[in-house]
Design a protein around this ligand. Sequence first.
Ligand code: SGN
Ligand code: CA
Length: 537
Amino acid sequence: MKIKWYLVIVMALILTFYACTDEKNKTPQRPNILFIMSDDHAYQAISAYSNRLIETPNIDRIANEGMLFTNACVTNSICAPSRATILTGKHTHINGKIDNRMPFDTTQVTFPQLFQKAGYQTAMFGKLHFGNNPKGVDEFMILPGQGHYINPDFITNKGDTTITGYVTDIITDLTIAWLDKKRDPEKPFLMMYLHKAPHRPWWPNPKKFKEFTQKQFPEPETLFDDYKNRGTAAKTAEMNLLHHMYYSHDMKIRPETIAAMRKVKPEIKESKSRFIKPYGRANDLQRSLYDPVLDSISYFFKNNWPSMSDKEKMRWKYQRYMQDYLACISSVDDNVGRVLDFLDEKGLAENTIVVYTSDQGFYLGEHGWFDKRFIYDESFKTPLLIRWPNEVKAGTTNDEMVQNLDFAQTFLEAAGIPAPGDMQGESLIPLLKGNDEQWNRDAVYYHYYEYPAVHMVKRHYGIITKEYKLAHFYYDVDEWELYDRKKDPQEMRNVYNDPAYADIVDELKIKLAELRVKYKDSKELDEKFIKMYNVNK
Ligand code: SGN
Ligand code: CA
């Protein structure tokens, strides 16, 4: 039988069509990435970790529909260095941003640049606190330095501007507006959505301020820690609620109240009142909402403070601290909910990797402290929740020791972009896909530098395994500390000199030296950074 030539062509066309559509169906769409990072958000204040202090139903959604990392940590527990590590995928001694002061060498590659080159649409809104503008983002609006809670200023690629309102709401408005109006549906996106909250000085929006000042929170067991059985560093740090939190700046006592009380009680003084700075930015309407609450705090303080014992003062300060800190977080949670709802509405949820993290952990009264910096758990660990419905099983938990160092390589692998060979982290993709057997990290490295500086936390580096933590404090001391993480999870007893741990110390010292070599850190670098720090003072 003779087959007509045109039938052959039609058949061939049909086959090619099906082959192409099949290919298209097989090629996965590159995922979008929504990187949400807040500033100083302790994992203790996320209900997916613990609901002792607050419910955060929206942030929890990310874990309920994805994976909760219970052992995520940072390489250096402070703002700008954490951000530099996240962006470069390198430890701070390699990327050079060892503390909040040192400039960042902008010739280095940051991961958004690689995404932009690979055809992603990229944007950044919120707090970068990096000393310079971001590279590799098509559009950005960032807060200058630490930024402001009330009517914040923004640096943008088109000039500077000020927006009326509350910072957490505004950063979210900008993020949603970009996703809604500027997103090219033909391209995947990388969105860096970066909150200022809950960074000190913890100014909530007026509604939450009122609501949270009515609440009382449970105290941590170690609120009255006397730092016995610890090293010099814990004893000399200046981050104790009773001794180092300011009346006006932190507790929001009106400066006029302090001035009036000083006439009678000279010890009630405020060396640095930065109350005026944030409050002074509020317009008349905003002030009228803050004022009744501020008045009631000052009224209580004036009438009660002079007769309170130190213990009562500590307790009251803790409550005031938690009221404002958690109120700021409540706004972050509401706004994260707005963005997640937006992804749902637009059908973007399935193929968007949503990450929620903080630039480091924070002390919420544990050891009597606020702030961060130390290798001890509350500041060393950081929240990490990742949702990616296409790839990650909902409601899973992972307890591997992952670090902010790993984010860049994780995102690059997810997007199919080759990671530069000199990045020092490891992609979390095997863990996200449930292939834990491909993960063999058994220890992480930590190094903190900013000293002498605010809060006076001494320089130290160390090694952390799931069982132990060994740290070396140096510069104006030469002290080692060892904590048994299983037996003493609150890190109350330094067992470095306990003979029962002698072998562990020897073993960990060898491992620590190996990690220093692996990550290219050294005594020479420690000394170099001390010299540079003292010159830049
Ligand atoms: C400010 C805060 C400190 C905080 C540093 C660094 N004081 O100096 O409490 O440790 O920022 O924070 S405040 O007077 O501004 O409240 S970081 O997150 O940027 O590293
Ligand atoms: Ca921070």
